[in-house]
Design a protein around this ligand. Structure first.
Ligand SMILES: [Zn+2]
Length: 97
């Protein structure tokens, strides 16, 4: 009887570990989907069908600012990554130029 209970406990423990792992992976995937959705949206907005002319400086700055406020890093350290911890001082210093 004790043996059987022990086996059930072991099984539950494994089951619990598997659930925990799945939850973690689901969380990671959700973040990745969010990041990709934002990135995709932003990229689509950059496709007005205009020919590849150089972007005027002001417009380039605006695009960077937009990207930043949509939640992405624009600094060289983490360019294109989702900002998960609020404002980034490196990005902000770029926006103030
Ligand atoms: Zn940054």
């Amino acid at each position: 009887m004790d043996k059987a209970i022990g086996r059930v406990e072991d099984a539950l423990e494994l089951f619990y570990q598997a659930i925990t792992q799945l939850k973690r992976e689901a969380g990671d995937l959700r973040l990745e989907v969010q990041r990709l959705e934002k990135e995709n949206k932003w990229l689509r907005e950059q496709l007005p069908g205009t020919p590849a002319t150089p972007v005027p400086f002001k417009e380039g700055q605006d695009a960077l600012a937009r990207l930043y406020y949509e939640g992405f890093h624009i600094c060289h350290l983490q360019y294109g990554n989702l900002r998960t911890e609020g404002d980034c001082l490196f990005c902000i210093s770029l926006l103030k130029k």
